[in-house]
Every structure is written in structure tokens, then in C-alpha cells.
Design a protein around this ligand. Structure first.
Ligand SMILES: Cc1cc2nc3c(=O)[nH]c(=O)nc-3n(C[C@H](O)[C@H](O)[C@H](O)COP(=O)(O)OP(=O)(O)OC[C@H]3O[C@@H](n4cnc5c(N)ncnc54)[C@H](O)[C@@H]3O)c2cc1C
Length: 380
């Protein structure tokens, strides 16, 4: 049964209906096979792009869907309920457009943004390095100023959509310390840029995560986004929005696990009754439902603050923390509800549990979210 959502406009209701329809027709039939084999779902991103689902939170002026963030996130949630990896890729694409949209010059936006938002191209966000994940300010990839632009040299890691993306929002060092990082928009196919083979991951296998090597790659100066040295604040500002995307994806995944668990518990019998009628198991399901509803409430609260132009950084970290911890707990409990069958690949709940784990890790681990929240409480 579809989630009974509170949506701000009739247009948003239509959009959610369209999303569910596309998710049923385009995502659901392919998810199990692609996740088992690790095969990239060709055709899926063009289909989402053609439906306008890759650019929802951006203005119409640049080809976006002009939707409030709370609506965009609920679309992501619906996508994640069918295919978490695809929803993560969509969220990362949106994240990779954020720096150009927010910090680019009018000329840069006129030149590149419409192409990025049209849905024909997909983006990636390249901040992490092999030795620098949580401590992003320790990144080493260097952009050395030269005549007309920069020469980029160094290694990046953990790039969602790596090797498949059409553009890479890159963070590289133009100076020393945390104020010595700059942001660049790198087209795929740049000479000197190459990718490692996809990581063999626990989940989200159909969308590649790769390393990248920059070997003296030249980028013209016009490809720098924002001022030299502004990169880390650009990265963090984008991540506030991106974390809400991950919170929504985690909520969708948890909702799906709950739905599967409830359906199974209404069918499966033990001791002469359906297992949902054993209070001990009914309470497990009730706790799962409470966790899913709380996750949704926290990300919607942060999104509504963002839509109203209020500060939302702390709420974004709270949402990421609450929703991804909820997804881990709910998917683990879903396996429990299925008993022995939950531990097999005959049912999808074991995959949901594997997919939930990474949500506590990327876009700032949940320890880092606590750090952000604690610092805001301390006012530092
Ligand atoms: C599937 C996947 C996709 C990803 N996609 C992207 C992407 O598209 N773009 C991108 O840039 N990155 C991406 N990442 C990278 C991800 O953001 C990092 O893995 C994450 O930030 C953690 O960094 P790390 O792996 O280096 O762990 P580390 O930073 O080494 O942390 C290891 C452990 O120490 C803990 N820790 C570290 N510092 C502290 C502290 N100060 N206090 C308390 N605990 C701490 C962490 O919470 C963690 O538990 C992806 C990662 C994965 C697994």
C-alpha cells in the first residue's frame, strides 16, 4: 500500500504518483538481477531523466523541476523503496549539481547547468580520498595553477557513479590547510583522468563505486567553481543537502523492509495463528513502523526548514543519523520476522539489510553526524 503522505500541492501528489508508476515499471523488474550480478542498469537513468526526476529541486530556468526539497526527498524515498542503489545515484547526482548551482557564476550556470539538469548527463561527487574520508580537510589531490588553468594530480576514492558519470564535482588542493581547497567541474573524458575497477561492495552493487587517478590532467580556469580556497565550505554546504537525500533513501529502504515484513507476518503461521497475531512479533513490527515514521518526520522537518530558508544543518545531521540508524535496525528486524527464510536470497530482506549498512557510513559517518550536532550544541 502506498505511503499516505502529506504533500503541499496537487502537483506534488501527481509527481509522486508518476514516480511510483515509473518505479514499478522501470526499477522493480530489474533490481534483483542487477543487484545480484552487479550489472549497471543501462536505460534506467535516461528514463528517470526523461521523466524529469533527476533535477527536481532546481529552478525551471535551468531545466529543473522547481520542486520544494520536501517533495524531491519524498520522490527519492519512493525510488529507494524499489531500488536503493539507483536512489543513491540520483541523490549523488543532485549533490554534484549543487556547487555549480549555488556557487557558480551566471556564465558558468548558463553554459553547463542545463546540460547537467536535463537528465541526459549524470554527475558524481569526488571529495573522499584513500586516506581522507571523515577528515576531508586532509585531502591531498593537488590542482597546481598553470597558464590558463590548473594541472590536477592525485588519487580520489569512493566515487559513486565513478566511470559512468558524465561530470565530476572535484575537490582538490590549491593551497595549504582547510582554506587551501578548491572546487572544480571535471568533464568525463578529460585527458589524464582514469578510473579503477568498481569496488566489490556488500550492497548497492549495480551502481559502481570507484577510485579515480588524475595524472597531470589539465582543466581550464573557467572550470573552477567558486573562489580559490572556498572548496571545503562548498563541499560541506552541498553535503547538508546531500545528507537529507541519504536520510530519504534510508527511509524508503526501511519502509520497504517494513512492508515486506508485515505482508509475510500476515501469511506465515506458527502455533496455529499468523505470526503477526503473536504479540511478541506484533510489537517488533510496531517498533519498526515507529522507526520508519520517525525517520520520515526528521527528514521532512529539516527539508521544510531548508524550503523556508531557515538554517537546517543540524537538522540535516539529525535526519541522516536517525534515518540511517532506523534503516539498519528495521532491515535487521525484517530478517528476523522472516526467520530462516530471511537469511536466504529467496527473499529480498537480506539485501535490504546489506544495503542499509552503508547509509550509516557515507556522506559523513554517523559518528561524524554526532560531531556536527555536538559542535552546534557547543556553539563552536
Ligand atoms: C559505497 C560508498 C559510496 C561512497 N560514495 C562517495 C562519493 O560519491 N563521494 C565521496 O566523496 N565519497 C564517497 N564515499 C566515501 C564516504 O563518504 C567515506 O567512506 C566516509 O566519509 C568515511 O570515510 P573513511 O571510509 O575514510 O573512514 P574513516 O574516516 O577512516 O573512519 C573510520 C572510522 O572512524 C570513525 N571516525 C573518524 N573520525 C572520527 C572522529 N573524529 N570521531 C569519531 N569517530 C571518527 C568513523 O566514523 C569510522 O567509523 C563512499 C563510500 C562508500 C562505502
Amino acid at each position: 500500500m502506498p505511503v499516505d503522505r502529506m504533500l503541499p500541492t496537487p502537483e506534488a501528489r501527481d509527481l509522486l504518483e508518476l514516480t511510483r508508476d515509473i518505479a514499478d515499471k522501470v526499477l522493480e523488474p530489474r533490481v534483483a538481477e542487477c543487484e545480484k550480478t552487479g550489472i549497471f542498469p543501462d536505460g534506467v537513468f535516461p528514463a528517470l531523466g526523461a521523466a524529469g526526476l533527476l533535477s527536481l529541486p532546481y529552478p525551471e530556468e535551468f531545466g529543473g523541476g522547481a520542486q520544494p526539497y520536501e517533495v524531491y526527498l519524498q520522490v527519492l524515498e519512493e525510488l529507494a523503496a524499489r531500488w536503493a542503489a539507483v536512489a543513491v545515484a540520483v541523490s549523488v547526482h543532485s549533490l554534484s549539481c549543487h556547487p555549480l548551482f549555488t556557487f557558480g557564476t551566471d556564465e558558468q550556470k548558463q553554459r553547463w547547468l542545463a546540460g547537467m539538469l536535463s537528465g541526459e548527463t549524470i554527475g558524481a561527487y569526488s571529495l573522499s580520498e584513500p586516506h581522507a574520508g571523515s577528515d576531508a580537510a586532509a585531502l591531498r589531490c593537488r590542482a597546481t595553477p598553470v597558464e590558463g588553468g590548473y594541472r590536477i594530480t592525485g588519487a580520489k576514492a569512493w566515487i559513486t557513479n565513478g566511470g559512468r558519470a558524465d561530470f565530476y564535482t572535484l575537490f582538490a588542493r590549491t593551497g595549504e590547510g582547510s582554506r587551501g581547497i578548491s572546487c572544480f567541474l571535471v568533464p568525463a573524458g578529460t585527458e589524464g583522468l582514469s578510473f579503477g575497477k568498481p569496488e566489490e561492495k556488500m550492497g548497492l552493487r549495480a551502481v559502481p563505486t570507484t577510485t579515480a587517478a588524475y595524472d597531470d590532467a589539465f582543466l581550464p580556469e573557467e572550470r573552477r567553481v567558486g573562489a580559490e580556497g572556498q572548496g571545503l565550505s562548498i563541499a560541506f554546504s552541498a553535503l547538508d543537502s546531500g545528507r537529507l537525500g541519504i536520510a530519504a533513501v534510508a527511509t524508503g529502504l526501511a519502509q520497504r523492509a517494513l512492508d515486506e515484513a508485515v505482508a509475510y507476518a500476515k501469511e506465515r503461521e506458527a502455533f496455529g495463528r499468523h505470526i503477526i497475531d503473536h504479540q511478541g512479533l506484533g510489537f517488533v513490527l510496531a517498533d519498526m513502523a515507529a522507526a520508519v515514521d520517525s525517520a520520515r518526520a526528521t527528514y521532512l522537518d529539516a527539508a521544510r526548514r531548508r524550503d523556508a530558508g531557515l538554517p537546517y544543518s543540524r537538522q540535516a545531521s539529525v535526519a541522516k543519523l536517525v534515518a540511517t540508524d532506523a534503516a539498519m535496525k528495521v532491515t535487521t528486524d525484517a530478517v528476523q520476522v522472516f526467520g530462516g527464510y530471511g537469511y536466504t536470497q529467496d527473499f529480498p530482506v537480506e539485501r535490504y539489510m546489506r544495503e542499509a549498512k552503508v547509509m550509516q557510513i557515507f556522506e559523513g559517518t554517523n559518528q561524524i553526524q554526532r560531531l556536527v550536532i555536538a559542535r552546534q550544541l557547543a556553539g563552536t
